[in-house]
Design a protein around this ligand. Structure first.
Ligand code: NAD
Length: 346
């Protein structure tokens, strides 16, 4: 099982890739797809790795093959059928948008209370009186529903859908639904999105960094995030400040990081690594360097005086990964990093 965020990014990648293919693009690098999808290149690589698709270092991802791989991941073998409840303004828009769109997921029935709408075809979908909904949904084996009814009708419609066998609901209604835990519910809330956009527009368009100076009562980790978010300290200066020896120089011109992650399990490092992360680890292995390469990690600090071997140094030089070696353990090294950042803002 992967998270709903991953699934939603896959869907976004596929739409972007399809539109790129329509404009004649045949191959794409992870950083290019990342720019379109507004995520990091490491995120794109990690997501596509989850579905077992990898590009070639020289040509990037083959757009067609990548679309197919995402399709195998997202789409089942059989077409999945969807019911829509409430064929008003929004319901019409959703039906019109999805008419003949996706062969793997299709809206096959719509339901409303309005006699003017029932027994009519709307964008190719028959609208049926809602009193027949439970039976029809059960008979057709529909497991997905879209709710575009007024808020006050949403819970009742959702209950009827679930008892008829629906397992996933996308609700546009503004009211929260009380449903069994095993039912997947996705709320689409344009009002919240607009209010967030308006709020951040007033602040100049940027989210505030986490932990904005509440001083002593702020948990340490939040304070470290806040220090990192404001830090201009280059990794090589950080190395000097914590008494670590630089082994390789890293990116030309130096680089700053927004996160420090200490750990020894490759799976954890894979989850935490990004192009803004300094990894702190005991694990001086080629595997570690491969993680760094895959995730564009700018720097690794080995602790306990663990020295990287020649092969690792070569890989780090090839990928502009800065390597440093701290003579101290993980805990002391992280403490010194914290202190160095804290002093920078004192
Ligand atoms: P609308 O009034 O145009 O349409 C609602 C439809 O639901 C009507 O056709 C009505 O006859 C039908 N209906 C009412 N009770 C029903 C029931 N018990 N069973 C089946 N159908 C029923 O409203 P709209 O503008 O299309 O908005 C629909 C819903 O979406 C509302 O809850 C609204 O608040 C919400 N909305 C959400 C967003 C968003 O981005 N999330 C944006 C706009 C509207």
């Amino acid at each position: 099982m992967v998270s709903r965020k991953t699934v939603s990014r896959m869907s976004r990648y596929r739409r972007l890739l399809q539109s790129l293919r329509e404009s004649g693009v045949e191959s794409i690098y992870s950083h290019q797809l990342a720019r379109h999808a507004v995520v990091s290149a490491a995120q794109v690589r990690r997501d596509l790795m989850v579905i077992g698709y990898s590009g070639s270092p020289n040509k990037g991802y083959d757009v067609g093959a990548c679309i197919d791989s995402i399709g195998h991941f997202l789409d089942g073998t059989a077409r999945q059928e969807v019911a829509l409840v409430g064929v008003g303004n929004l319901g019409h828009a959703v039906l019109s948008h999805f008419a003949d769109k996706s062969p793997s997921v299709a809206i096959v029935a719509a339901f409303d209370v309005d006699p003017e709408l029932t027994d009519t075809l709307i964008h190719g979908v028959r609208c049926v009186d809602v009193s027949l909904m439970a039976d029809l949904v059960r008979d057709l084996g529909i497991e997905i529903a879209v709710l575009t009814v007024p808020g006050e009708a949403a819970q009742d419609a959702a209950d009827k859908l679930v008892s008829a066998g629906v397992k996933s609901i996308i609700s546009f209604a503004p009211t929260p639904l009380a449903l069994p835990n095993e039912i997947f519910v996705e709320y689409m809330d344009i009002t919240a999105a607009l209010e967030s956009a308006a709020y951040f527009a007033r602040l100049g368009g940027r989210e505030e960094p986490a932990g904005n100076g509440d001083g002593d009562i702020e948990p340490m980790v939040k304070k470290l995030e806040s220090l990192l978010a404001r830090s201009n300290m280059k990794l090589e200066d950080l190395a000097t400040n914590i008494g670590a020896r630089m082994v390789t120089a890293g990116k030309p011109g130096g680089t700053t990081v927004a996160k420090v992650y200490a750990g020894d399990r490759v799976s954890d490092l894979l989850n935490e690594a990004s192009d803004k992360t300094l990894l702190v680890s005991n694990l001086a292995s080629v595997q570690m360097l491969r993680v760094a390469e895959l995730m564009d990690v700018p720097g690794i600090c080995f602790v306990n005086g663990v020295e990287p071997d020649g092969e690792m140094i070569q890989l780090a030089e090839d990928n502009d990964t800065l390597l440093m070696v701290s003579p101290l353990g993980v805990f002391e090294t992280c403490g010194l990093i914290y202190q160095a950042l804290d002093t920078e803002h004192a």
